[in-house]
Ligand binder design. Structure first.
Ligand code: IVH
Length: 699
């Protein structure tokens, strides 16, 4: 579980005064333009340090201090709120939550009737006033008592309808944020218009909401988390808003047509016990990385209206609700350098080298940058402070530069003018740059991949050996391996009679590998082991694969139009290599597969990718299966790829991610977010041992 968070150490009064000043400035920027120089974690540490100092030196508390104030006391507006817009107090661990819940029960003199548990959305609070069902005013939180009128934002916010489903007068409260896609689109539009990128979705939402007269359109998303009566609210609605539990109010709000968390993978739930609340917190935390919007915690609320009314509020926060904070998934660090690496297909991809930063339990030193156009679009420079995002299994990514922290010492990122590996020209006609020599540029990497365990599995061909073969001009691709002579191999450094014979035998043995392995060895962009198996089973022969057009590829499960187009182009490009493999006598068929024509005749849907009429009798026929965590029992020694092969032998479809279409999850020890997602979706979950028993005949 999450421990008590760190805080900035403040030793004396001068340090305290400086800390207060820094926090006030950062808070003003955060709630204002959204351009705080501190990331959330650094800000929270600072405020906790200030609070600790004040607890020890109550006589020295400065009037400006951000502690105990809504929005750190940083901002105000001129539109008074009907009812103050409050903050939330925080807890950081299950123990903290239990202590808070126990305190609330003591205050009420009874157990809390029920809890509502919902994500804490990482955006900014907004009040949306509806009159007779029409959206008439949008106001920011401001200092909690009064906020700024941002009604010009009406129409830019998805989920906040201009008209409700009924002509009621009501105030909706909720969070405005940008989804990751909206953030990318907003930054693209902003930088294209000559503006500086927003550092993260939260500041993008804050900045966009406050800006009037933008030359470009940006979209945001609203999530309601409360509703209040206004002057003019009809008696029946007012009574319902007073009497319904929070969960009932949220149903009412959703029924009126406003967006709530109900439609997301992390809907609000009600829980009868604190144990269930804690469980739900863990479920939401596990799903966080896969969400398309940011959450920074989980809000736990006493659900019943009577419990809320009796608990009341403190100066800045309700006593009936608490925010359970999750660790930061976004931090600010420095972009030290950009490396341009050539992959095995000759693609030249940029990678950000960062000043190492701790994020979600690991140290992040590198982050993906997609291509040169992407760097340009983000307006990144070497030396920039950048926001970096990483959660769960997600590959760390640079979100944007923090432009207002520039010192003038930053320098432009120079994309290479020649291939950084071989010096030949770059084909920059596509967004994804490639060396004109394609796969030949990094032959060592593509041969290494082809002979790997999950492809042709040729032992005795390590990186050095492949290097020697390439350097000696004996091979330019992996098909050349099949034409090596005894004399050529024994002529290599440190090769004796025995090792030569062993290597040649291993190469000879690879000729008998089934089509799926041979196809996988080609290293076609957009295909890995699982997709290669599906393609080989679907088409059954290399000839059929080579004859396939876009439409034919799209009949393979998991192949959409984009991937189909890449497949056709790649297979055309690989024709000389495939010809060489055919000439060498490498297997070009998939055992047991009959190809698309027969599958159609047997009445099997072609999309199923199944290999023959008998497949429906197999134990996993028609099931989409995901394996996660470490395998045990009879499956202990199997690699993940071998487990996937087993799934497919038994008639199932192996997949790496859990979705609504998943039929079965094999969850071993240390299964993480996939298990949580499967539980949430109601997917059947079995242990590796149970699964092994089901497919025993195929082990
Ligand atoms: S309830 C009176 N529910 O968190 C209770 N707030 O740190 C206060 N927030 O100002 C609001 N998700 O902007 C509530 N599900 C949620 C929320 C949520 C995000 C924000 C809100 C609030 C801030 C407090």
């Amino acid at each position: 579980m999450i421990e008590t968070p760190a805080r900035t150490e403040i030793g004396d009064q001068a340090a305290y005064a400086a800390a207060v000043q820094t926090a006030v400035a950062a808070s003003a920027a955060y709630y204002g333009e959204g351009d705080s120089p501190l990331d959330d974690d650094a800000f929270d540490r600072l405020v906790r340090g200030i609070a600790a100092y004040e607890a020890d030196h109550p006589g020295e508390v400065l009037p400006d201090s951000p502690t105990g104030k809504v929005a750190g006391g940083a901002v105000a507006g001129d539109v008074p709120h009907t009812v103050p817009m409050l903050s939330l107090d925080n807890v950081f661990s299950a123990e903290g939550l239990e202590a808070w819940a126990a305190g609330l029960a003591r205050r009420l003199g009874r157990e809390v009737a029920a809890w509502s548990v919902e994500p804490k959305l990482d955006g900014l609070a907004i009040s949306a006033r509806y009159s007779g069902g029409r959206l008439v005013r949008l106001v920011t939180r401001g200092d909690g008592a009064a906020g700024e009128d941002v009604s010009h934002g009406i129409g830019m916010i998805a989920g906040l309808p201009g008209r409700l489903a009924a002509p009621v007068t009501v105030e909706l409260r909720g969070e405005v944020l940008m989804t990751h896609a909206q953030f990318e689109a907003a930054n693209a539009a902003r930088t294209a218009a000559g503006g500086a990128a927003f550092a993260n979705p939260r500041s993008a939402a804050a900045g966009s909401l406050r800006a009037k007269d933008r030359p470009y359109q940006v979209e945001m998303t609203f999530f309601a988390y409360g509703a209040l009566p206004l002057d003019g609210t009809d008696d029946e609605t007012a009574a319902r808003l007073r009497e319904l539990p929070h969960s009932g109010i949220m149903e009412l709000v959703a029924g009126l047509g406003a967006h709530t968390t109900a439609a997301t993978p992390v809907p609000a739930i009600t829980a009868a016990t604190v144990e269930r609340v804690t469980e739900r917190i863990e479920e939401i935390a596990a799903l966080r990385a896969g969400l398309d919007f940011g959450i920074d915690g989980i809000v736990v609320k006493a659900d019943a209206a009577a419990d809320q009314a009796e608990a009341g509020i403190s100066s800045r926060a309700p006593r009936w609700a608490i925010a359970y904070k999750l660790p930061a998934v976004e931090k600010i660090t420095r972009l030290l350098e950009v490396e341009w690496n050539v992959g095995r297909t000759g693609v030249i991809a940029p990678r950000a080298v960062l000043r190492p930063v701790e994020l979600d339990g690991s140290t992040v030193t590198y982050a993906t940058l997609h291509n040169a156009a992407d760097i340009e679009r983000r307006g990144l420079m070497i030396g920039d402070h950048v926001t970096v995002y990483k959660a769960g299994d997600v590959i760390p990514r640079v979100e944007a530069p923090v432009v207002h922290l520039r010192t003038g010492g930053e320098r432009p990122i120079e994309p290479p003018s020649a291939c950084p590996r071989c010096g030949d020209a770059i084909d920059a006609s596509q967004q994804r740059w490639r060396c004109v020599r394609g796969r030949a540029c990094h032959a060592v990497a593509s041969v290494r991949y082809a002979v790997g365990r999950d492809q042709l599995d040729i032992e005795g061909l390590g990186e050095n050996r492949i290097d020697q073969l390439v350097d000696a001009g004996l091979i330019t691709d992996f098909a050349d391996l099949f034409f090596l002579s005894h004399d050529q191999v024994i002529g290599l450094e440190r090769m004796g009679e025995t090792s030569t014979a062993a290597l040649l035998a291993a190469i000879e043995g690879a000729k008998a590998k089934p089509l799926n392995k041979v196809f996988c060895a080609l290293g076609v962009r957009g295909t890995g082991r699982s997709m290669s198996r599906r393609i080989a089973r679907h088409f059954a022969t290399m000839d059929a694969i080579r004859a396939a057009d876009d439409a034919a590829f799209q009949r393979v499960d998991g192949v959409g139009p984009e991937r189909a187009a890449i497949l056709v182009a790649e297979i055309a490009e690989l024709a000389p290599l495939i010809d060489k493999l055919v000439a060498a006598g490498v297997t070009m068929t998939e055992p047991g597969a009959t190809g698309p024509a027969e599958a159609a005749e047997s009445g099997e849907p072609a999309e199923s990718g199944e290999s023959g009429p008998e497949t429906s009798a197999l134990p996993l026929a028609g099931l989409s299966v995901v394996a996660t965590g470490s395998m045990s029992g009879p499956l202990e020694s199997l690699s993940r790829n071998q487990v996937n092969e087993l799934i497919e032998r038994a008639g199932g479809k192996a997949s790496s991610s859990v979705s609504a279409r998943t039929s079965l999850l094999v969850a071993g020890e240390k299964a993480g977010s996939k298990k949580a997602k499967a539980e949430k979706l109601g997917v059947e979950i079995v242990t590796p041992e149970e699964f092994a028993a089901r497919v025993a005949a195929f082990l």
